[in-house]
Write a protein that binds this ligand. Structure first.
Ligand code: UT7
Length: 320
């Protein structure tokens, strides 16, 4: 049987970190104490006006390729998870492909909001396992600062920009052990950007709108359920995990998920305190950080669990 395995990780954060106090100093009616207490967020990175998702994706992808010991030409599948693409089209994956100098590999975007990376990794896993592709570059890249209403203090303090990437390779050594993807479009209204481009202008509302409490409750429920689902598929228990990496939305959501699963706080990878919620980039950013600082080692069992607008959710259980 052919497995797929992560053989390299990379990430990129734009510019200097912007603290909660700096947001307040910019005129947002908030305090460092409120943001820390309700979300665990202390800072986030915000892209410069000229930076788009592909600009953040490029250095993250290059770092993942270098960590994998690959060159761009070794990649035969490129998937970018993003809800903040450079353009309506072409896809950010095609723009990234050109900038990496890869010719003629399949390249497309996946749009599943904050579950996007888990969706993209699961799709890449299936395409490699089918035997049609051998080595995939999977990227989560977001510039959520572009779709934030900076007058809405209940949302604008939560998000940040960034990118994370992995190289996934087929082979006989186990890597991805189980995955599960879900969506329920009946909940589209609790987290959305309900606008679009039409006739040369913007139609609808092009800003992120959220019912925070509904999202909170939904996220805590489905992250626990989908984590148990992939553990069950693989015949494993929470105690068999070395690390849990949930989507980095809010420290209270992360802690509640770990607690429900009976996973100690020390085995939870947390980056939301320094990155904010970077949507599809949050899981690969946290993964790369924990690989590079030596917490995640070869052979560790890691569970990635995402949840986001749609509503979408999913999980991947893997061995590094
Ligand atoms: O990828 C998924 C993305 N979404 C999420 O992860 C969001 C999940 N939800 C949450 O994290 C929480 O619901 C929030 C952090 C968004 C809000 O926390 P909450 O405990 O649900 O607060 P709340 O909405 O009930 O608001 C409590 C108070 C309100 O004031 P009043 O009406 O009690 O006077 C808000 O106006 O906090 C106020 N408030 C703020 N105050 C200072 C809301 N935002 C802020 C702010 N600074 N930034």
């Amino acid at each position: 049987m052919t497995f797929t395995r992560i053989i390299g990780t990379g990430s990129h954060l734009p510019g200097p970190a912007v603290s909660n106090d700096e947001l307040a100093a910019r005129g947002i009616d908030t305090t460092d104490a409120w943001i820390r207490e309700r979300t665990g967020i202390g800072a986030r990175h915000l892209a410069q006006p000229h930076e788009a998702a592909s600009d953040l994706a490029l250095p993250a992808a290059q770092a993942a390729l270098s960590a994998a010991g690959c060159v761009a030409a070794d990649i035969d599948l490129l998937i970018v998870a993003t809800s903040t693409p450079d353009y309506v089209f072409p896809s950010t994956a095609c723009l990234l492909q050109a900038r990496l100098g890869i010719n003629d590999c399949a390249a497309f975007d996946v749009q599943a909001v904050c579950s996007g990376f888990v969706y993209a990794l699961s799709v890449a896993d299936a395409m490699i396992a089918s035997g049609r592709h051998r080595r995939a570059l999977v990227v989560g890249a977001e510039v959520f600062s572009r779709i934030l209403d900076w007058q809405d203090r209940a949302t604008c303090v939560l998000f940040g920009d960034g990118a994370g990437a992995v190289v996934l390779e087929g082979g006989e050594r186990p890597g991805i052990l189980a995955s599960a993807l879900h969506a329920d479009g009946r909940h589209a209204g609790i987290l959305s950007v309900p606008g679009n481009v039409r006739g040369g202008g913007v139609t609808g509302d092009p800003m992120l709108r959220m019912d925070g409490q509904a999202v909170f409750k939904f996220a805590v429920r489905v992250l626990d359920e989908v984590a148990r689902e992939v553990l069950h598929k693989a015949g494993l228990k929470p105690a068999d995990l070395a690390w849990l990496i949930p989507h980095q939305a809010n420290l209270r959501i992360l802690s509640a998920t770990a607690k429900k699963l009976g996973i100690a706080a020390e085995r939870l990878v947390v980056s939301v305190d320094r990155h904010g919620n970077t949507s599809a980039a949050s899981i690969p950013l946290a993964l790369d950080e924990a690989v590079r600082d030596g917490r995640i080692r070869a052979g560790d069992r890691v569970l990635l669990a995402g949840v986001g607008g749609g509503f979408t959710w999913g999980a991947i259980l893997l061995e590094m």
